[in-house]
Design a protein around this ligand. Sequence first.
Ligand SMILES: Cc1ncc(COP(=O)(O)O)c(C=O)c1O
Length: 474
Amino acid sequence: MKAKTKNVKTAKATTSRKAAAASAKKAKAASKKATAKKTASAKAKKAKPASVKKTKAATVKKAKKSTIKRAATVKKAAAPKIMMDVSPEEIFVPTYKRGGAPFVRGGGMYIYDSDGKEYLDFGAGIAVNALGHAHPALIKELNAQGRRVIHTSNLYYNEPQIELAAKLVKHSFATKVFLCNSGTEANEAAIKFARKRGTKASSQKFHVLSFSDGFHGRTYGALSATAQPKFHVGIGPLPDGFHYAPFNDIQYAKATLDNHDFAAIIVEPLQGEGGINAASVEFLRFLREYATEHAISLIFDEIQCGMGRTGTLWCHEQSGVTPDIMTLAKPLGGGLPLGAVLCIDDVASCISPGDHGTTFGGNPVACALGSKVIDIVSDKKLLTKVQENGDYLKGKLTTLADKFPSVDHIRGTGLIIGVRMKDDPLKLVDECRNKGLLVIKAGMNTIRFMPPLIVGRKDIDKAVKIFESALSAN
Ligand SMILES: Cc1ncc(COP(=O)(O)O)c(C=O)c1O
């Protein structure tokens, strides 16, 4: 019954979208006609008294003038060349250590810099480009929705956001969705929702538990839940009520939980930034049982490990444990900023209009892309390929681990594979980039291989070959 209602809603959304497109087409034609009429009458007006005597020469002069004007515009458009001579280090706040020529275009598994150098992209923009670069379905949607409407704000619904939310509900445990712009905002909202639910029961039920090496974002709430002291230096005081326990340590978690009245437990079923660490099934089961018993909202942060990355649509499916809230972002918007909080009714029912909001969240263009991404990554055939290709990549990297003593071991699931090195791998990451392979450091000494989910065996072979030659050179 529920699914039926949803389908009807989706169908309705599609139908009214078609109607909107048709009326937009009509309006466009009408406005074109009106503009043509206006231009003609303006021309006629201009041509009347003073210019009656004007000769052909004047028209030629006018034409020349407009050519000069156009040339000036072209010159202006070419200006970025001069702008690019500025060293980026001089004009950016140094929040990242980065260098090299800027990237200018991409296609499939490859991305190219302004010097024309080609890179095999096994970082996918930190697990964002699940469909690779310039995927035709996304380009088509980008153009089509761009022509319809680009922004509406959340004072109104827009069709792509309804369609996307309906799909997220259809494919998950959740019954309600909140759309935002990024991972940190999704976690920020999730923590607020959980605290709203908690403090409704008791004013002291606001505590939040998270785990070592987790990463939840850079805004104050999400950052406070990020149990990595290095990110907290020099920016305090942080909000009250955040507690930490070692990842996968059931006893420690229980002792901490017993100490306060908790509103939320937030955990990544598979830690990405922390170094590709999987939560054990027993750990997740314990958290679920404890959360249920004490009416705590269990939040799974699947911002990096969700949406097909591990070979199932949601990473938590593999444990059989279901959260009350799940946060998504990264690949959701097909490369555009988009985040989501998925939750059960018990959580959503504690939220009233005005409790939370966002101007840009659920942007129609981002959601139109998100809708396509969900269609593609929820396909069973693609998910099976992710599992198979992930095993293939892991197998190949394990062979290298046996060959190079600098490699400690390989871990990960699906297409999120970590190569644990014995030392800091930053130089090795740079060496890979020099050789045309993009990979990303995670935690203290892990290298992440997270290619787009569309990767094939040929590109896996190529990536491993480059990695091997970088290991040899290091
Ligand atoms: C698991 C997880 N949560 C949250 C975030 C924060 O996402 P964003 O950078 O979009 O704010 C990240 C980013 O790396 C992440 O990996």
